[in-house]
Design a protein around this ligand. Sequence first.
Ligand SMILES: Nc1ncnc2c1ncn2[C@@H]1O[C@H](COP(=O)(O)OP(=O)(O)OP(=O)(O)O)[C@@H](O)[C@H]1O
Ligand SMILES: [Mg+2]
Length: 372
Amino acid sequence: MPLSPSEPNTAAASPGAPVLTVEGLHITVGSGRAEAVRDVSFRVRAGEAVGLVGESGSGKTLTCRSVLGVGAPGVAVSAGRIDLAGTELTALSARAWEQVRGSRLGAVFQDPASYLNPSITVGRQLAEPLRVRLGLNRAAARERAVELFASVGLHRPEEVYHRYPHELSGGMLQRVLIAIAVAGEPELLVADEATTALDTVVQAEVLELLARLRTERGLALLLVTHDLAVVAEVCDRILVFYAGEIVEDGPTAEVVAAPAHPYTEALLRVASIGDWRRRDLAVIPGRPPEAGAAPAGCRFAERCAFATAACTDGPVPLTVRADGRRVRCTRADELALSGAFAAPATVTDPATVTAPATVSDQADRALQEVTA
Ligand SMILES: Nc1ncnc2c1ncn2[C@@H]1O[C@H](COP(=O)(O)OP(=O)(O)OP(=O)(O)O)[C@@H](O)[C@H]1O
Ligand SMILES: [Mg+2]
């Protein structure tokens, strides 16, 4: 079934069947019902990892929490479908959604300690729900919990079972949360900034664990992060959010090699990812519009180096390109053709110019093909 108003990114799809289909999602916040997420549509397929990136306040967490059915005071889904492999989640009662969340949907967040009860051992916090859900006796639930702890890479899982949350490190707590999240054999795991608070080494280990679980279990992964390097490493596809809208969607390697939206280009430039010539640590000037205060035209126009008067005329649709990538920029084709994005930026280390990365080579080739 097509996504509205724009088609899904079929060219980028992995062979797996769609696990999550979000279609035309609108979310309002506050008593004034300001629109914080507007017309968001995307799919995640079995075994596919999709990364959500974008500046703070762009609607990534609201989108994830809507999928999980975890509301917050003043937050409302005002329109849209959220389909989990044939189940329309928005039609479920809160209780039914909670059951789906404990089984078919798993979630991990930034602060694992806040999701655990400090006065109960982590083992019991995993074993008790297993006992209820799977009808296991105490001994069998404990055995299963220890197996799960081992499967998420916790050393001495029998000992960990008896620990209280405050006795474990942040990395271990995140592994416990991941064990709880995958205990119900979910089809989709939502990880919102799940590794942000961890040190670099532990972050890499937890990401490796998520990647392994995805491969072993055919798990679909929706990953929110501010770290584009993480997306480049882990995700098949990237969804770029700006001011509550998707502005770009495509296979990660292609987007990184040749971003189609000026905002994606700016993000990659700031993150120093992709084309080595684009590396530039300068911030993107300006700020995104607040929820409910977005202009009628392109929401990024005010900060965009390529904006023309026409960009602010009216809403810019998310259009599907011939290669299946989606982009919300009326000038995208023209900019890519003119090579505007490939123009050398501030380069601090001349060596980087003579030692381009592979992605740069790909971008160069693509550019040559287009301009030939
Ligand atoms: N409970 C709430 N009440 C009012 N406004 C909210 C609420 N939750 C989010 N918002 C607003 O909705 C917008 C999107 O928030 P969201 O948390 O989804 O952003 P985000 O992309 O996850 O940002 P970050 O990268 O900082 O986590 C922001 O403008 C935020 O202020
Ligand atoms: Mg967030």
